[in-house]
Write a protein that binds this ligand. Structure first.
Ligand code: SF4
Length: 403
């Protein structure tokens, strides 16, 4: 059994309103499930804690969905259950994803008495027209109030999510949004390019011409502008989409990018543990219905038994070595510090320069990767075309598995 510290992702599948660009496993108008859902979730947390022998936990991330939409007492009951079921580090990073609309002074004050020590606000923009195109249920003023309420309540590790590459988002509006966001002095920024899955309402609006299609070159320019504006203000880019002040990188997300173990709890949540990736079924109602069945039949069985016989698990895969190596490469290359042959060797007993001897030369030739002393890193161009780099590693294992 794994005894190195793990991270916990806890999924809250509720939102006040479904945003038209969102394809996450989250639902509006199921508030009647708040209490039964949290009871089921707390059972799952307890059960995994027991099955894994109360392992050490270094980060807890309540994401969604909109965790801040829950009544505070339910949020506190989740945190309490986690602390009883796992050996949570005294310095653990505990993040709550928050919608600005929820962050009233009372809510902020009440949450500040808990162990939550990091907030991640889904700000997305500081321009009311762009917020309305994104179908958000908050405006600029609400975000600024929420941010001030959080600071007044004592939160001093705050992330703002912003989205670029949005229809009608001009370079001027983006520059203005960034400069206003920087002026708030958050410790961390996550910047995402708008990507749309086919079934989302916004995808349909673009397809039918109801919204102008975002220009890919303009989106790339917005990313480049953000790199320079954030660097000028002492934000360190440590990952493709993430910047922070010194010592404020997100430990939870670093766990993913360093290919370290994490447990996802709640419907649709993904886990990586004991070299196995697995995920829960997506439906919150099915999840609530099936949790007791799993609890009843799950004691004293080995780890893989739980994955095979757990009615909550939608799928699982023990990762073969060639896939694991490819995943490791593209996860680590997301980080600005890149990857060393020594790190790779300590896990796979081989050098990545041997394993990927076929793929690397062409990536160097295209100026997508470079050596920074002993670390292989993405170039500036590689950061813009990261998917091409990652596909080259995945392509190599797809070829291997088809042979
Ligand atoms: S608030 Fe976040 S999770 Fe909820 S629908 Fe909007 S984008 Fe999706």
């Amino acid at each position: 059994m794994n005894t190195s510290p793990i991270s916990l992702y806890i999924h809250i599948p509720f939102c006040a309103k479904k945003c038209p660009y969102c394809d996450f496993n989250t639902y509006a108008r199921i508030e009647h499930l708040f209490s039964p859902y949290i009871s089921a979730l707390n059972l799952e947390i307890k059960q995994w804690g027991q099955l894994l022998g109360h392992p050490p936990v270094k980060t807890v991330f309540l994401g969604g969905g909109t965790p801040s939409y829950l009544p505070v007492k339910l949020i506190l009951s989740i945190i309490d259950t986690v602390f009883h079921a796992f050996d949570v580090d005294t310095n653990a990073e505990i993040t709550l994803e928050s919608n600005p609309r929820d962050f009233t002074p009372q809510h902020a004050k009440h949450l500040s008495t808990s162990s939550i020590n990091r907030l991640s606000f889904g700000a997305q923009s500081l321009n009311d027209n762009i917020l309305s195109i994104l179908g958000r249920d908050h405006d600029r003023a609400t975000l600024i109030d929420a941010y001030e309420n959080a600071k007044t309540a004592g939160f001093n590790n705050i992330n703002l999510d912003l989205i670029y590459g949005v229809p009608d988002l001009t370079s001027e509006i983006w520059a203005q949004t960034l400069s206003e966001a920087i002026a708030l002095h958050p410790q961390h920024f996550s910047l995402y390019c708008l990507t749309l899955e086919k079934e989302t309402p916004m995808y349909l609006a673009l397809e039918t011409g109801k919204l102008p299609r975002p220009d890919e070159d303009l989106a790339a320019d917005q990313y480049i502008h953000a790199e320079s504006a954030l660097a000028k203000n002492d934000y360190i880019q440590y990952e493709l989409s993430n910047w922070s002040k010194e010592d404020y990188s997100c430990t939870h997300n670093l766990q993913y990018w360093n290919n370290l173990p994490y447990l996802g709890l709640g419907p649709g949540a993904h886990s990586f543990y004991s070299n196995t990736r697995f995920s829960n079924l997506k439906s919150p109602t099915q999840y609530i219905k099936l949790i007791h069945q799993w609890i009843l039949e799950s004691n004293d069985k080995p780890f893989l038994h739980h994955l095979k016989n757990n009615p909550l698990i939608a799928d699982f895969e023990v990762i073969p070595k060639n896939i694991s190596m490819a995943e490791y490469m593209f996860l680590k290359l997301r980080l600005n510090k890149g990857i060393t042959n020594d790190e790779f060797h300590s896990i796979y007993h081989d050098r990545f320069t041997n394993v990927f001897a076929k793929e690397l030369p062409s990536l160097f030739e295209q100026n997508l990767i470079f050596w920074n002393k002993n670390n292989l890193c993405l170039t500036k161009k590689g950061r813009l075309l990261a998917n091409e780099v990652f596909t080259s590693f995945i392509g190599s294992y797809l070829q291997d598995t088809s042979n």
